[in-house]
Design a protein around this ligand. Structure first.
Ligand code: ATP
Length: 345
């Protein structure tokens, strides 16, 4: 089922949690909503679920307008970070719950509900655990049961709000891979909320990057890593250095020193460069220099930081065997960058 959001606004006590959000999700897509705490991800998911309603704007499921429909009418499956299973019910009964509470002709027979629960347990790779109680499961198993329960009602889409958020890193990683495979098997349109960029890019077909109630960028992992649309996305997706530069006749200069060429027209810009896209050069060709204040090992590389003047911190990622020490002078220049127009307040 494809989902279309058109100019959604949502305020809480005058605070704009969502500010003119429009998004088209194709049928069968796995979409990650990625952003820092408070950016509006959960609010957007709750609006799609029907747990909240927009102040203005419209939500379409296919060509049908769903903006004011109830949760039940929308027939969506959702799983939250702490979406507790019913403690006093077995795994199979938890999974069948959504079908058992159906009324009249919509309610399958008990035997069919049991059968369906067992099939779903198989699908989430937990067959054999039907008669256990939630307390007898690991955290990862519980979230898989929660997912099976969401799938039991044959939802038109799956909405997942940090479903693996409370689990430890290893389990989380395994479940991520598992969810991706499950998605390929079932093909449900899925919207997944996370504040973890690795999780977002590993799982999703497309990532929606949000900040302060707005969508900053919608794109593939490659788009957001290699072609971040805004300074926010550039900084959120990895470490970054930002330098205010001037462009004149196609030449980019930082504090009068030439960085390189561009085809943008003259003006003031912010130049963003990743720490691993800064190289050490001879002083005469350096564009940025400073005295190292921090030098540390970071995995396979070494990271050095210095102040390039006016309190502007520059971070450089170097090979692990680089001889950089606190107090030594570093001369660098960016080898790859992106330019963004300087924001005028
Ligand atoms: P997190 O990652 O922390 O869950 P989020 O990106 O999901 O954050 P939301 O939960 O959507 O963010 O919240 C967006 C903003 O709206 C926040 O500033 C939050 O305080 C506010 N907000 C959300 N729900 C309500 C509510 N029911 N009443 C008042 N304010 C709310």
């Amino acid at each position: 089922m494809d989902i279309h959001l058109k100019h959604i606004h949502k305020r809480f006590d005058g605070f704009a949690a969502l500010n003119d959000v429009s998004l088209d999700i194709q049928s069968g897509e796995l979409i990650a909503l990625l952003g820092p705490s408070g950016s509006g991800k959960t609010t957007l998911l709750r609006l799609i679920a029907g747990l909240e309603f927009p102040d203005s704007g419209q939500i379409f499921f296919g060509s049908e307008e769903a903006s004011q429909k109830s949760v039940q009418e929308r027939n969506v499956g959702f799983v939250f970070q702490h979406y507790a299973l019913f403690k006093h019910m077995t795994v199979a009964d938890n999974i069948g719950f959504g079908l058992r509470v159906r009324k009249g002709a919509d309610r399958p027979s008990s035997a069919n509900i049991r059968q369906r629960a067992l099939e779903l347990l198989d699908l989430v790779q937990l067959s054999g655990l039907a008669n256990r109680y939630p307390a007898q499961l690991s955290g990862g198993q519980r979230q898989r049961v929660a997912l099976a329960r969401a799938l039991a009602i044959e939802p038109r889409m799956l909405l997942l709000d940090e479903p693996f958020g409370a689990l430890d890193a290893k389990v989380r990683k395994d479940l991520r891979r598992w969810l991706r495979e499950l998605h390929e098997q079932t093909g449900h349109t899925t919207v997944f909320v996370t504040h973890d960029q690795e999780e977002a890019v590993e799982l999703a077909d497309r990532v929606v990057v949000m900040s302060q109630g707005k969508i900053e960028q919608v794109g593939s992992a490659d788009d957001i890593y290699d072609r971040p649309a805004t300074p926010f996305v550039f900084s959120f997706i990895g470490q970054s250095n930002a330098l205010p530069v001037d462009v004149r006749s196609g030449q980019i200069a930082y504090q009068g020193r030439l960085i390189g060429k561009t085809d943008v027209s003259d003006g003031k810009f912010q130049l963003f460069a990743r720490p691993h896209d800064m190289e050490i050069v001879e002083p005469e060709v350096a564009t940025v220099a400073g005295t190292v204040s921090v030098a540390r090992r970071a995995g396979r590389s070494r990271v050095a930081e210095f102040d390039s003047g006016e309190g502007r911190r520059v971070e450089v990622e170097l090979p692990a065997d680089s001889a950089v020490e606190i107090g030594s002078r570093l001369h660098v220049r960016p080898t790859r960058w992106r330019l963004y127009p300087e924001l005028t307040a």
